[in-house]
Design a binder for this molecule. Structure first.
Ligand code: ADP
Length: 310
């Protein structure tokens, strides 16, 4: 497999780095779940074509975001340019106890309108990929009026033989209520060939808070690979090869768990695309996620990352 598409939203990130003598200082970067996955996947497997599917604006930040996509060697042929919208933004604050909190300004971001750009030609182009990855955040972000069009896209891709990969990433703020999110997630579970849920997300949306419960939940679905993440506990893998449990080596000096699941997904999908076994792919994904959480922010500095994973 040589080409993966990732649909979702990349945002402007503002991280509060104020000190007592220097208040109101923020550091700016770009991040977003599928973007994080794309970055780690491409850094680990440069031979794979990794393309973002999203929309940006024409503003300064959108231009810089595109430069970051280019710097990370992500394909941009399906990064569309909105005439009148701009990217979403979020800020991270860390309180005195080290607890992080997030504030979002994304309710009318360019990425919400990505389906406006899905002409029959674009859908045909997307159908030429091997894997199409999206998340519960991608689903929550897509303009509600465009959902039918999104599911038509997924149907078209499946018909063309594209493997569909999905991670739950449930964020309550993106949904009117749980029921609305559940309806969309159940559609995604039906469509997905590769499922990458985390137990925490499952507990929050379906009140299923054990690995066994998650596995049972999926017993009537026709997935190819079900990879259940459970933080530092272990990873359960179900496929035609049976049920395997891969241990996680717990990291003791966790700095920031942002992007743990995203980087895991990047490592896993890339490894599978290059022909590694499910178990070897999970082992790599665990190493990548374990490394990322020892660093601050969603995207670890390129030099630090590549010195670890060459
Ligand atoms: P999500 O971010 O999707 O909720 P998890 O919290 O389950 O996902 O974590 C994703 C992956 O990150 C795990 O499968 C594991 O590989 C790694 N991970 C998370 N927490 C730890 C930890 N404390 N020590 C080592 N690895 C961890």
């Amino acid at each position: 497999m040589t080409k993966i598409l990732l649909l979702g939203e990349c945002m402007i990130e503002l991280k509060d780095v104020s000190t007592q003598s220097n208040p109101n200082i923020a550091q700016q970067a770009f991040a977003g779940d599928v973007f994080n996955t794309a970055v780690y996947l491409k850094r680990l497997f440069p031979q794979i074509d990794v393309d973002m599917v999203t929309a940006v604006g024409k503003d300064k930040y959108s231009k810089e975001m595109l430069q970051v996509f280019n710097r990370e060697s992500l394909g941009t042929s399906c990064v569309f340019e909105s005439e009148d919208k701009i990217p979403g933004l979020y800020s991270i604050q860390v309180d005195a106890q080290g607890e992080r909190s997030f504030t979002y300004w994304r309710s009318d971001s360019a990425a919400r309108y990505v389906m406006n750009f899905m002409t029959a030609d674009v859908m045909r182009q997307l159908s030429k990929s091997d894997i199409f990855f999206f998340s519960g955040i991608s689903l929550g972000v897509i303009n509600t009026e465009d959902r039918d069009k999104f599911w038509l896209l997924i149907h078209t891709l499946k018909e063309a033989g594209v493997t569909i990969a999905f991670d739950l990433n449930y964020r309550p703020k993106l949904w009117r209520d749980k029921a609305e999110a559940q309806v969309q997630f159940l559609k995604a579970f039906e469509a997905a060939d590769i499922l990458l849920p985390g137990v925490d997300d499952f507990a929050a949306i379906f009140d299923v808070d054990t690995v066994q419960g998650v596995i049972k939940f999926f017993k009537d679905y026709s997935f190819q690979e079900l990879i259940v993440k459970n933080g530092e506990q272990n990873v359960h893998c179900l496929s035609e090869h049976g049920h395997h449990i891969v241990d996680v080596t717990p990291v003791t000096d966790v700095v920031d768990t942002t992007s743990a699941g995203d980087s895991f997904n990047g490592g896993y999908l890339g490894a599978r695309m290059t022909g590694k076994s499910i178990i070897n792919s999970v082992e790599l994904a665990n190493q990548v996620a374990g490394f990322v959480i020892q660093h601050s922010g969603a995207i670890v500095d390129e030099a630090a990352f590549s010195s670890q994973f060459q």
